[in-house]
Design a binder for this molecule. Sequence first.
Ligand code: ATP
Ligand code: MG
Length: 722
Amino acid sequence: MDISDLLDNLNDVQREAVAAPPGNMLIVAGAGSGKTRVLAHRIAYLIRTGEVSPQEILAVTFTNKAARSMRERIEDMLDMPVRQMWVGTFHGIAHRLLRAHWQEAGLPQGFQILDSDDQLRTVKRVLRSMELDEARWPPKQAQWFINAQKDEGRRPEHVDHHNAAYELQMVKIYAAYEEVCKRSGLVDFAELLLRTHETLLKNPGLLAHYQRRFRHILVDEFQDTNTIQYAWLKLLASSGNPMFAVGDDDQSIYGWRGARIENIQRYTEDFANTQTVRLEQNYRSTGNILSAANALIAKNDGRLGKNLWTEGSEGEPILLYAAFNDLEEARYIISNIQTHIDHGTVKSEIAILYRSNAQSRVLESALQRAEIPYRIYGGQRFFERAEIKNATAYLRLLSNPHDDASFERVVNTPTRGIGERSVQVVRDMAKQNQCSLWQAAGEVIASKSVAARSANALQSFISLIEGMTTASQEMELFEKVEHMLQASTLLATHQADKTEKGAMRAENLEELITAARQFENEEEELSELDSFLAHAALEAGEGQGSEGEECVQLMTLHTAKGLEFDVVYLSGLEEGLFPHRMSLDEPGRLEEERRLCYVGMTRARQQLCISYAEIRRLHGQEQYTQASRFLSEIPDEYLREVRARASHSAAVYSGGTSSTGWSAPQQIAGGFQLGQRVSHAKFGEGVVTSSEGDGAHARVQVNFSDYGSKWLVIAYANLQAV
Ligand code: ATP
Ligand code: MG
């Protein structure tokens, strides 16, 4: 592509930004307005015009996937490889710098990266060495504290602890953790950034080198930079090298992880003569989708404000589906997807988005039943998640205590003071006696082959499993699961951890109870528990499309940032789920949830389908939900409500009778009639509008005066005729 071609497929404002003379630039613009496209074109333009060579560019993206596609786009435009160009995430770039300058950074040459799970395990060891009680000082909380400090650029000595007991203890843990990392040459994610920043500051020669080298710095998704990332950019650009930042304040969704939306405002103050550009034309979504998203985000205060429009057609209205329950929601979504596939939509152009990872399980099952290949991004499949594997390991031991793999997995999970050394003694004993670890453990205790403390801990594990086995003998499957989660303290451990991750893990465990409740044993020769475990093991390894295969895309809303798809399903629009209940008390966090909804809606090019379930079994129990407030914030004109599939259906009765087409009242399940007035203890009075199913599953739809339309199972709803 030559320069004029490169500029040709841009609109006037985009072209102006791409071809601007070198200088600081800030592009604040809404979703789908071409920010990422402009950034890629800018890089190609700078190289093509000879302003810079590829190695003089530093480009920062939010994910590795985005970095790869950015590089590919630029190579396409330039028709040459640009391997020397630095394009990556903040973490990736920091890592590269530390590898190159490990000596200046004070690291051993072969330093190792600690991922988040490794980090947690290290924190746990630190707590143990300090003889701190994990119940009082949850490791997750300590991990969160450490990372939050590092993200703000603070070492232990910089933390303002106000002499408060909690902070003082946390600072001690932080310092002890740092000691361990230093001794073992370990670097966690937050450390990558902080250490790079410190290294550059301490080594003026090195800093000068990179300031000279990176003559142009470009940053995508600028609204989600945190304090240390911002400081880092400022440092590298401080010799006056131009910065080109693009972002959207309406899409700032990582405040809970330390991102600072204020960085957008600070930018124009900190970087001299910044030219601010606004892009207002959206190229991604249909008119309906865009107008609906604009109306929603207008409910937030303190926005920079923008006016997005499209030349594209109005398109289809947004589909709104009120499902009877979560299973039915999944069925609807999957059957709708099937229709799109039958009409030629490419599977990878279809995405299902959800607020919480736990929602994926029901969707996964439905996809597997329909034999539609899918892939989950940025999260693990339900039965592969660590907390779920721990739980199934306990269940396996209930079924068969001689299952060595499960024994190993949970003998010290949650931690109960059985160290690696004791486990090794058990392993040796098993080898020597040719028996299971379970039997060997008994032998180890009897023969006093380990210290009394370890023997006691082992004994309490054995008693725990035996106790659970006896207690759960007569229980239903879901009760067994529930009992196991409580007795093992797996659930309590995650609940005690007040971080987002902890909440997520606890939710997943509760979701396992739901899975057990909904499980139907189809293999008669197996016990229900064994059949459930077999199902879990199989689901953990199947259904996931292989690399390169066309797959329906499943991901959380957070992971969907920056991406686009022809067809998008936004599921679970229910109060407490989305907006998430953790955000309900804080206006700031509620606005972040609304931005997240805006991000989700604006991923769709052609068709958006929003759904919610009136009953959801999410946290181990069935709950009546209330439709998300976000739905009422989208004007009706952009929505088309799809009615639940019903075997008997009638025009909605609102007191009066329809003049035609209504003869003798139809008798339906439970002795009710369509059009009959009924009352419900919680929802008050309403009119029966349709019904489906029979026997124990028979349900009716009732239009309540105060609560709107709801599906109710007759057997449980205790409806009274009025
Ligand atoms: P987000 O805020 O979601 O990250 P964005 O502002 O980065 O969105 P892009 O992803 O760059 O937007 O662009 C959205 C879509 O519009 C892409 O498919 C892009 O190729 C297309 N697009 C952008 N500008 C133009 C243009 N001038 N002509 C044709 N297509 C365009
Ligand atoms: Mg983008």
